[in-house]
Design a protein around this ligand. Structure first.
Ligand code: 6GU
Length: 240
């Protein structure tokens, strides 16, 4: 998979070269290009923003600079990339989105700052390529860079050969629509707290049942919205 990121803060994306993602790059499972938006400015001040039409606070990113940047970064004689635009006004980015994007050969991420990017940039890009405006949660970040790191990590760990153990992606929280329950390792007792007996029983069916119950209980406590959104039969209601 190829991922290009366009930003006015390229150094914000340096964590991509660390740890899990860095290994994936070294092993050539992913290649990442980080581009400085200001490389496509023409004025001495290298300005990328201007005041909003209609008034109001903040600044809006200018269309001309973004237009040229995207023309160049997305240039191809083949299939164009999927363009991702992180914004708190986007559709929610979920595990489902990550799985879908992990099947794409090429993603380009356009990181906006200030109040956002002139909407015509998105409208124009959408004439040539699929575009998704996405949010990583109901809170406001200063810019798209941190959201981009989160999304790239979520996508990259799904790629073959990126995670050490491929089974761990299948057991993720959310892969079955539930939060994962608690986990334990040695020692059996620590600060007078013991590992639940069933996990040491060797009874694999009982362990699987217990884990399912714990996942259900935790999801009910912390994320009732996830249960409400699930089809009844997927909760095993037939057996109850
Ligand atoms: Cl994708 N961008 C920004 N700036 N803030 C956010 C976000 C994205 N998702 C949640 N908050």
């Amino acid at each position: 998979m190829r991922i290009d990121v366009i930003t006015i803060f390229p150094e914000y994306l340096t964590p991509l070269r660390e740890a899990l993602l860095g290994k994936a790059i070294e092993r050539e499972r992913i290649s990442v290009g980080v581009h400085d938006l200001r490389d496509w400015t023409h004025d001495v001040h290298r300005s990328v923003d201007d005041s909003p039409y209609g008034g109001g606070p903040g600044m809006v990113m200018k269309p001309q600079v973004w237009g040229e940047a995207l023309d160049e970064v997305c240039a191809t004689s083949g299939r164009p990339p999927r363009l991702v635009v992180p914004t708190p006004a986007g559709k929610p980015f979920t595990q489902h989105t990550a799985v879908r994007w992990s099947r794409e050969p090429w993603l380009v991420v356009a990181c906006g700052r200030y109040e956002g990017i002139d909407q015509r940039v998105i409208a124009d890009a959408a004439r040539r390529m699929p575009v998704e405006e996405v949010s990583i949660g109901d809170y406001v970040l200063v810019g798209g860079e941190v959201a981009t790191l989160a999304m790239i990590e979520a996508v990259a760990r799904l790629l073959p050969g990126v995670l050490g153990n491929p089974a761990s992606a299948e057991q993720d929280s959310f892969s079955d629509g539930l939060l994962e329950g608690p986990c334990y390792t040695r020692p059996e007792t620590w600060r007078d707290l013991s590992v639940p007996e069933v996990l040491r029983s060797g009874d694999h069916a009982a362990i699987a049942r217990w884990r399912r119950d714990q996942a259900l209980e935790r999801t009910y406590e912390r994320r009732r919205d996830l249960l409400d959104a699930m089809p009844g039969e997927s909760l095993g209601s037939r057996d109850r």
